[in-house]
Design a protein around this ligand. Structure first.
Ligand SMILES: Nc1nc2c(c(=O)[nH]1)N[C@H]1C(S)=C(S)[C@@H](COP(=O)(O)OP(=O)(O)OC[C@H]3O[C@@H](n4cnc5c(=O)[nH]c(N)nc54)[C@H](O)[C@@H]3O)O[C@H]1N2
Ligand SMILES: Nc1nc2c(c(=O)[nH]1)N[C@H]1C(S)=C(S)[C@@H](COP(=O)(O)OP(=O)(O)OC[C@H]3O[C@@H](n4cnc5c(=O)[nH]c(N)nc54)[C@H](O)[C@@H]3O)O[C@H]1N2
Ligand code: SF4
Ligand SMILES: [Mo]
Length: 761
């Protein structure tokens, strides 16, 4: 796939990577973006209420806000401002637009161009055989969808995809609808994101979520930031790490790239941050080989055991280990045997570097490990996280203040959607609670996750796809296979705010169902309504839109889901869909009885700042089968890369939000005016006999023998760790084989794709 004509990609300029993130240039940059999309008044309304306790929850990421009384007036970052103003744009996609542009024409446009056309305004349909979308009324649109669902041979032929932008109330209703309809087919973006975290944490700690709060980060002695680029993807995490440092704590960054925010941070909310050199964030930077994190934590565990031998009782937390864990002996026996030679090969780090960090570990009682996609999207992501858990358990750094696990979530409500039951494998106790509350027996057979959903469409086993938020065909691996699979469906439908590529890859019939976004006011009979979200640290709070809706013809997500459900299943006293649509409080009431931790939901979430869900781990209660935290033994695995090849990671630029890019720039990495670039270490370029600036095709190598190729990428000599390469997603999704998934979690290996670089012909 080449870049499209309206986004010329041959203006690449490269400047030295930045050593700091945020600060004044970042904020002015954000405002420039905001004012290019909408009016000064709309910008002010959205930005001033962003992340305030009666305002709009920032859709940018799931990083938490400080408690209600401790917030700044501008409690947002550059990227948060960009994301919300992208939604609050004054541009509109109308029926005239769809008349003018055929679906084939839209399919040839870039992700940016599609997004830039503005907000969707009314329901549209592509009928069988048609070349264009045409308008239709809501009743007809939802009748079509419900009619399609009712005509299926089995409820398992339907797929209900959810992206983490969706609030709790619509998410709860969607899973209720899917299960009352008869299927657990609820693939979600989490399947491609933190699924490995959920798998590893549920097995070892009994709960698939992080255990720390913001205050823990502030109080920690030592924070590891592994496989994560907070300067771009969770910018306000840097303020929290700045506080850690001010309190005397230290930070270790582990990354294949020297990311700007990890090195220095200028806090835009503080004069010192704006004018000074900023705070140095990482005390240690481990420039690790791609996929080497499992070996790194095994090395640290080996060193812990050896230090304990030298000073019995001084290193490991025996009281904690004895009282609260199982499996220590097997773990220890295994960890001792790991060889330094293997560690060296896997990490590319010297023993001295690792020992320097280990000295810091010995000085620290309260340790937190944070991680994101650089860990979860590898084949061995689950064992890597289990090994991090081993490390924390050995030091007793779980459950106490200032210590614990911190998977840093992406989408603003991706964690909440799971809590609400959006998962293809919800535990029986959740299904039982649904049955008790609503009087029907939910299906128990596990549903399809993202990868299996694509296989099912490909093989004709799934025939209707409903996507709620998100951009399925761009977010998923193996783009050519996925698009073909989607086109085989009888009906595809998307509940969306903005146009994206998924709308151009249609089943026989295709629907666009436009909806209110976070920033839009949601008013029913004069009453203003709100939805709720849960952040990465299990804080649940309200989000209230502030702007007049983008169009009078938009419905809320709750309304679209409730109306579709009523048309499909009929009305019954047990499932009062009209009531849910009319009053979101009635949905919260149901949630309060089905989902543990949500008792008295309406009252508690109405308080400024909301409430925090309990995490049993912090009371040393581990909901595993044994009731204890579990040490695991993990075989050291290293991605195998044949000679002449590199391990490609597909990641985000600074000017993009997942599948949507705003500008072809990645300021902190010094990349300007281009997205089809591949970052490679100069020594690797020498070995491969490639020049900085050369144009190459990326060709991925997989044992099915199929050639997957992404054409015309410019090579940029960059301090990527040896043997690795980095290029932006979603342009590179075409290279990720559908069957290349993480063990156990089935997460696509978006950070571990074996490629060769072929000079472009
Ligand atoms: N502005 C902005 N913010 C976002 C998003 C966005 O697209 N734009 N997306 C949101 C979402 S959904 C998510 S999930 C998060 C994602 O947040 P991140 O996980 O920070 O996202 P990526 O850009 O995928 O970056 C992966 C990081 O891991 C590093 N890495 C890659 N491979 C390895 C490895 O083997 N070992 C180690 N130690 N490091 C490695 C990369 O160099 C990079 O720094 O961000 C959220 N926030
Ligand atoms: N190669 C590769 N692939 C990846 C990743 C990677 O690192 N590398 N990362 C993966 C990760 S971590 C994730 S989370 C997924 C992201 O996958 P998705 O969540 O599916 O993708 P997004 O780009 O976030 O979806 C953007 C679309 O969401 C819609 N939208 C935005 N706001 C709203 C709203 O409020 N309501 C509704 N109904 N719609 C809305 C808009 O129409 C917009 O076009 O991608 C995954 N794919
Ligand atoms: S850190 Fe994340 S949630 Fe907070 S303002 Fe920035 S993008 Fe929004
Ligand atoms: Mo994500």
């Amino acid at each position: 796939m080449r870049s499209s004509a309206e986004d010329p990609d041959d203006d690449l300029t490269v400047t030295p990577p930045k050593e700091w993130a945020a600060g004044l240039p970042a904020v002015t940059h954000a405002l420039r973006h905001a004012l290019g999309q909408t009016s000064v008044q709309r910008t002010a309304l959205t930005l001033l209420t962003l992340n305030q306790s009666k305002g709009i929850d920032c859709p940018g990421c799931a990083w938490p806000e400080p408690p209600a009384g401790k917030r700044h007036l501008n409690e947002y970052c550059e990227n948060g401002a960009k994301h919300i103003s992208d939604e609050a744009t004054s541009r509109r996609v109308t029926r005239e637009f769809f008349r003018e542009h055929s679906i084939a024409d839209l399919g040839a446009r870039s992700d940016r161009w599609l997004n830039q056309q503005g907000r969707l305004t009314e329901p549209m349909v592509k009928r069988p055989g048609a070349t264009h979308y045409e308008p239709l009324g809501w009743d007809e649109a939802l009748d079509l969808l419900a009619g399609g669902l009712k005509s299926l041979d089995s409820p398992d032929e339907a797929l209900f995809y959810v992206s983490g932008r969706l609030g709790n109330e619509p998410a709860f209703l969607l899973q209720l609808f899917a299960r009352a309809f008869g299927t657990n087919n609820l693939p979600d973006c989490s399947n491609m994101c933190h699924e490995s975290s959920g798998s590893a944490l549920s097995e070892t700690l009994g709960i698939g979520k992080g255990s720390v709060q913001l205050d823990d980060i502030h109080q920690a002695d030592l924070v590891f930031v592994v496989g994560q680029n907070p300067g771009t993807n969770h910018p306000r995490m840097l303020s929290a790490l700045e506080e850690t440092k001010r309190n005397g704590g230290h930070v270790v960054a582990v990354n294949t790239l020297p990311e700007a925010g990890l090195i220095r941070f200028k806090n835009p909310q503080k004069a010192r941050g704006v004018v000074g050199r900023g705070t140095r964030i990482a005390d240690h930077f481990l420039h690790i080989r791609a996929g080497g994190d499992l070996a790194l934590f095994q090395a640290l565990n080996k060193l812990l055991l050896e230090a304990e031998d030298a000073a019995p009782g001084a290193v490991l937390d025996h009281d904690f280990i004895n009282a609260h864990t199982t499996g220590f002996t097997e773990f220890a026996e295994h960890a001792r045997k790991v060889s330094w030679e293997d560690i060296d090969t896997a990490t590319g780090l010297s023993r001295e570097e690792i020992e320097r960090v280990f000295d810091r570990v010995l000085e620290s009682r309260k340790i937190i490990v944070c991680w994101a996609m650089g860990v979860t999207q590898h084949k061995h992501g689950v064992p890597t996280i289990r090994e991090m858990v081993n490390f924390l358990l050995a030091r007793g750094s779980i459950g106490r203040p200032g210590a614990g696990v911190c998977p840093v979530r992406g989408h603003s409500n991706v964690q909440g959607d799971r809590t609400m039951g959006v998962w293809e494998r919800m535990p029986q106790r959740f299904l039982d609670a649904l049955e008790k509350e609503f009087g029907f027996t939910p299906p128990t057979r596990h549903g399809l996750d993202v990868v299996n959903a694509i296989r099912a469409m490909r093989d004709g086993r799934a025939r209707i796809f409903l996507g709620v938020a998100g951009n399925f065909v761009r977010a998923t691996p193996d783009s050519a296979v996925t698009e073909e699979a989607m086109r085989r469906c009888a009906l595809t439908a998307h509940i969306s705010t903005k146009l994206n590529r998924s709308h151009t890859v249609c089943g026989d019939t295709a629907l666009i169902l436009p909806t209110l976004g976070r920033s839009d006011r949601d008013v029913h009979e004069g009453v203003e309504r709100f939805v709720t979200v849960e952040d990465s640290m299990s804080q649940v709070h309200a989000s209230r839109g502030k702007l007049p809706p983008a169009s009078p013809d938009l419905l809320s997500e709750v309304a679209i889901i409730s109306r579709t459900a009523r048309r499909t299943l009929g009305t019954s006293p047990d499932l009062p869909w009209e009531e849910f649509e009319a009053d979101y409080g009635t949905v919260r009431d149901r949630i309060s009885r089905v989902v543990p931790g949500f008792e008295d939901f309406e009252a508690r979430v109405s308080r400024p700042g909301g409430f925090t869900l309990p995490n049993p781990v912090n009371s040393y209660v581990f909901p595993t089968p044994s009731g204890k935290a579990v040490f695991t033994r993990n075989d050291l695995t290293v991605p195998e890369v044949p000679p002449g090849h590199l391990l490609l990671q597909t990641l985000r630029s600074h000017d993009q939000w997942n599948t949507v890019w705003y500008a072809p720039d990645d300021r902190y990495r010094g990349i300007h005016n281009a997205r089809r670039v591949v970052l490679v270490n100069p020594a690797d370029l020498d070995e491969l006999d490639l020049a900085d600036g050369a144009t190459v095709d990326l060709v991925s190598v997989w044992h099915d023998g199929v050639e997957r190729r992404a054409e015309d990428f410019r090579v940029v000599a960059y301090p990527a760790s040896r043997g690795s390469a980095a290029a932006y997603y979603p342009e590179t999704n075409v290279l990720v084989p559908l069957d290349s998934v993480a063990d156990i979690s089935n997460c696509p290996t978006s950070k571990g794709v074996v490629v060769r670089l072929e000079p472009a012909g």
